[in-house]
Design a protein. Structure first.
Length: 229
């Protein structure tokens, strides 16, 4: 046990970080975690928002800063901590790939704060978050700005569907995604990927569809970024 303590050099941690250094580093990590989580909340899109994920970002930043101070410049201590932390298992599924990037940013910010690299911590985090806000404002990567998922139930008929005329009027492009006949074979649930004309409103689109005989259960879902159907 004595040899293990000497190898880990646990008693010498205070010679690397004084008490005020520990407090400053953890406080800076907390500020950076709040900063990162706020930008995540500001730029989040979709339905997978979770308050616990914001808290996780703050906690990860502070905990990583503390871990970096524990490790210091001791390689043996680093390997010992890797073995100790390997008992932790993370089973939470990340629903959005962008969430992973924010976790990595929290890790990097915590590592920089924990090693007293304050300029790197604030400068690097600020630059990355500014880039995140710019990409969010410009809607970078979005294919279309007027794309919708249209679902409607129609009665079966031998002729051309009556809703085709309305689709041609309101949309630049309409592609069939899914067709599901009912159990009695009398109606069909049809799903379209619709790119609407910019000068026409979705409200008028659904209103005109509802006036067609044999068309019911009309649902129009905005899918500006990504949509599972």
């Amino acid at each position: 046990m004595e040899n293990l303590n000497q190898a880990l050099n646990l008693q010498n941690i205070n010679t690397i970080y004084q008490m005020h250094d520990v407090v400053i580093n953890i406080c800076i990590a907390f500020i950076l975690g709040i900063f990162v989580s706020y930008v995540y909340k500001l730029t989040h899109k979709g339905l997978s928002y979770s308050q616990s994920f914001l808290l996780t970002i703050v906690f990860v930043t502070m905990i990583v800063a503390m871990v970096m101070m524990v490790i210091g410049n001791n390689v043996a201590r680093a390997f010992a901590l890797v073995g100790a932390l390997s008992i932790i298992r993370f089973r939470t599924v990340v629903k959005d790939t962008k969430d992973t990037a924010f976790i990595f940013l929290a890790l990097a910010a915590g590592m920089a704060a924990g090693t007293s690299s304050y300029f790197l911590a604030f400068g690097g985090t600020t630059i990355i978050l500014v880039a995140c806000v710019v990409l969010h404002v410009t809607n970078y990567g979005s294919l279309y700005k007027s794309e919708f998922i249209l679902r409607l139930r129609v009665e079966r008929s031998d002729g051309e569907p009556a809703y085709n005329e309305i689709l041609s009027k309101y949309s630049k492009q309409a592609n069939i995604l899914h067709i599901e006949p009912s159990g009695d074979r009398q109606t069909t649930l049809v799903t379209f990927d619709v790119i609407m004309n910019k000068d026409l409103s979705p409200e008028a689109f659904t209103r005109d569809l509802g006036q067609i005989d044999g068309v019911s259960e009309i649902t129009l879902i905005a899918s500006k970024n990504a949509m599972d159907y």
